[in-house]
Ligand binder design. Structure first.
Ligand SMILES: Nc1ncnc2c1ncn2[C@@H]1O[C@H](COP(=O)(O)OP(=O)(O)OP(=O)(O)O)[C@@H](O)[C@H]1O
Length: 250
């Protein structure tokens, strides 16, 4: 069986800046995987390479066996990406936006699935609203819906809960967890480390374009956690993250 995502020795420069430096990573089908790192570590660049939006200088990447460059269409069809930035045509309604996205993948008569996704994301009441009339949190739900219209087995979410209220965050995680239980592979980037700790089975940490830690969440907590100074003695992923980013990992 193919890996859900295979990344082999990927490097990427932007001028003099090395955004990714020899990154290798394999994610298996059905995993809930966290890709963490400080601002500028290279997470979005790596996701853009997987989505075929940015070309790596070196290395290979594939989605369920399809090379993201050589078999772009096959790879893209198996991948749903929830981007970090909210970019929409403001004059389309929510339903039109989702129909348009279905058309991009050559799917017609997708309304039953679009209705199901909208219901799961609490968007049904906004189906006929123009995108420009939605709040930021609602727009983010549409971004998630858009990533799912073609029923991709692998889903990457780039900071999906940035600027989202607690209620939506929880309903979003319930929905994403259900997709994972149904067999979808989920890759998540987030700066909310408590979310990553609760959801992700395995985590990679990037720092200045290099992987500095890669392990199960449980092992990372055991290996790199340190008892909190507040005396409670409980370690968490934030603790681990700070230790690794300050040079505690090899
Ligand atoms: N199109 C571009 N041109 C030049 N530099 C870029 C470009 N895109 C990204 N970079 C640089 O590459 C580095 C990695 O950026 P990237 O967006 O991948 O990081 P990130 O880990 O996703 O950060 P954040 O957590 O802030 O989203 C940064 O230094 C960024 O400024």
């Amino acid at each position: 069986m193919h890996s859900a995502i295979s990344i082999q020795q990927i490097s990427k420069h932007y001028g003099a800046l090395q955004a990714l430096n020899d990154v290798s990573l394999t994610i298996e089908p059905g995993e809930f995987f966290g890709l963490l790192g400080p601002n500028g570590a290279g997470k979005t660049t790596l996701i853009s390479i997987l989505a075929g939006l940015v070309k790596a200088d070196k290395g290979h990447a594939s989605i369920l066996g399809a090379d993201v460059q050589k078999s772009f269409r096959d790879a893209r069809r198996m991948l749903g990406v929830v981007p970090q930035e909210l970019v929409f045509d403001p004059f389309f309604t929510v339903r039109e936006t989702l129909r348009f996205q279905s058309g991009y993948f050559g799917i017609r008569n997708n309304d039953a699935w679009i209705d199901e996704i909208m219901a799961n994301l609490d968007l049904t009441g906004k189906a006929d609203s123009n995108m420009r009339a939605l709040s930021g949190g609602m727009k983010r739900r549409v971004l998630v819906a858009q990533a799912l219209v073609h029923r991709p087995p692998v889903i990457i979410l780039d900071e999906p809960t940035a600027g989202v209220d607690v209620e939506l965050r929880q309903s979003l995680w319930q929905f994403i967890s259900r997709l994972n239980q149904d067999g979808h592979t989920i890759v998540l980037t987030t700066h909310y480390l408590e979310e990553a700790e609760a959801l992700c089975q395995r985590i990679a940490m990037l720092k200045q374009g290099k992987i500095v830690a890669l392990d199960t969440t449980a092992n990372l907590l055991t290996r790199y956690g340190s008892a909190k100074k507040d005396g409670e003695g409980k370690t968490d992923l934030e603790d681990v993250f700070v230790n690794i980013m300050s040079g505690g990992a090899q």
